[in-house]
Design a protein around this ligand. Sequence first.
Ligand code: KIV
Length: 272
Amino acid sequence: MPNKKTEAKKVTTHVLQEMKERGEKIAMLTAYDFSLARILDHAGIDVILVGDSASNVMAGHETTLPITLDQMIYHASSVLRAVERALVVVDLPFGTYQGNSKEALNSAIRIMKESGAHSVKLEGGKEVEESVRRIISAGIPVMGHLGLTPQSIYKFGTYVVRAREKAEAEKLISDAMLLQNAGCFAIVLEKIPAKLAEQVTKQLSIPTIGIGAGNKVDGQVLVLHDMLGITYEFSPRFLRRYMNLYNEMKSAVTNYISDVKNRSFPSDKEQY
Ligand code: KIV
């Protein structure tokens, strides 16, 4: 008898490839815990990214750099326990793959074994080619990430749009080709001009997933806490807020506090 987890048609890297080929857009969001991952999966999201943005939105760090491999594995395994259908991609955190390809492979293997993830994502092009090839040769699907790569924020110095200049745009195009040739199954394009993202998407046979990269890419990704309006102070142009949960949750908590203080909670019906 099939168990519950095998009943839903699972999204695989091959399914994403087919979606690109038939022009169906890919919807991806981040999640870092069981409860929210379950909502995304039940809603029919294609891809869940356990992003290292957990460093910002879950742990309150300024950047994505401090989060550790153990912490990513904790978040990823919580997400994996919830998911029946979506493809789950887990970020390799800063410092776990840039040094050498053996270390990169070990980090990716730990994520796959200890969380049950379906694939990993890492940032960069030529600089990480050897790591990408080595991870893929072990049978682990890899998603690339180009453009504004937040793990390099101290090199960039700012979160402004990347690759506006010709030289950086040309490097991005050649890195995208290189990642595809190395065997990546998809590439995230973050905060680059829409025209450049369109050009890359046309040149590649694998899917591109954009964040701040216009709508001529194969799919979109947003950070869940941003699109739900929990992180109210962050509002870049590319972000569409589908809710204003910060205000709604705050007012629910305010109401609870006053119900407790004025003794209206619990009522006679809410006790034994
Ligand atoms: O960590 C993350 O959430 C990401 C997305 C912004 C693509 O890498």
